[in-house]
Ligand binder design. Sequence first.
Ligand SMILES: *[C@@H]1O[C@H](CO)[C@@H](O)[C@H](O)[C@H]1NC(C)=O
Ligand SMILES: *[C@@H]1O[C@H](CO)[C@@H](O)[C@H](O)[C@H]1NC(C)=O
Length: 294
Amino acid sequence: MSAIILLHLIVFSSIASRAASASDDLTGFVYAGCSQPKYTPGSPYQLNVDSLLSSIANDATYSSYANLTSAAAASSTPVDGLFQCRGDLPTTDCSSCVRSALSQLSSFCPFAAGAAVQLRGCFIRYGNDSFIGKPDTSLLFKKCGDPAAGGGYNSDQLGMRDAALAGLSTSGGGGSAGSYRVGAAGYVQAMAQCVGDQGGKQCDDCVAAAVAQLKAACGFAVAGDVYLGKCYARFWSNGNGGGSGGGGYNYNSNHYHGDEAGKTVAIIIGLIAGVALIIIFLSFLRRAGNYGKE
Ligand SMILES: *[C@@H]1O[C@H](CO)[C@@H](O)[C@H](O)[C@H]1NC(C)=O
Ligand SMILES: *[C@@H]1O[C@H](CO)[C@@H](O)[C@H](O)[C@H]1NC(C)=O
């Protein structure tokens, strides 16, 4: 009986620590948006939405981007959808991120005619407003980290930030093209991701708009995120550079570190529980022995 409880405790604590570290990262929630119009539950439109979303879940098992249209129910307007995973993710991470995004979508935006969810590792959107292939640089979400700690702002950092961000544009420093881009200078790192329906020029323009917003909004911050309609850009400082720590703004790019720590905690809890069980068992034996003597 005790052994069964113990086993559950270990399994549970290991799952809990896994879930916590995962939600800090790839499946961490960034934003969601739902259209005002809603569809009627059980309508042909819902059939199209449901079949679209299940196709998205399926396509994410082998691709990091897809656009889809569902006209399963011909009596309704077709529904378009797409998903985009962060370009550096392996397929298994992409697929689990998209599954998590899909489940958040239905809880945030029940019966919405159109909706979008952005998690740290992936983005999904559906709707009947013909958004696929169109540029969209409207600001959806913005967050700046704390100002550099210690009062004395290091002007080197501003230069590094600008150089790292310049690496995100094809004409700038690093000159990385494609829908996933990275930049780095000194201890500042940057990344950008366009939605795969954007061509090279559209992606350039979107990233440039996001970078301009980052510079304007997050001037003296150690980190910043700007999410536009069809792309996002981020920068962050490595923990110990220039005396400007993370400032409580967790931008650790070592995704799996937390997982290892979680496993260690689970093992320690298991060991403690095991020792406790042995002590209980020994005291039970002793009492049983005493009982026999009386
Ligand atoms: C999109 O779907 C909603 C809900 O069914 C409907 O109200 C709206 O008119 C549709 N828009 C278009 C462009 O078909
Ligand atoms: C949408 O998907 C189709 C089929 O996979 C592809 O040929 C087309 O280029 C995609 N369009 C955009 C804008 O991504």
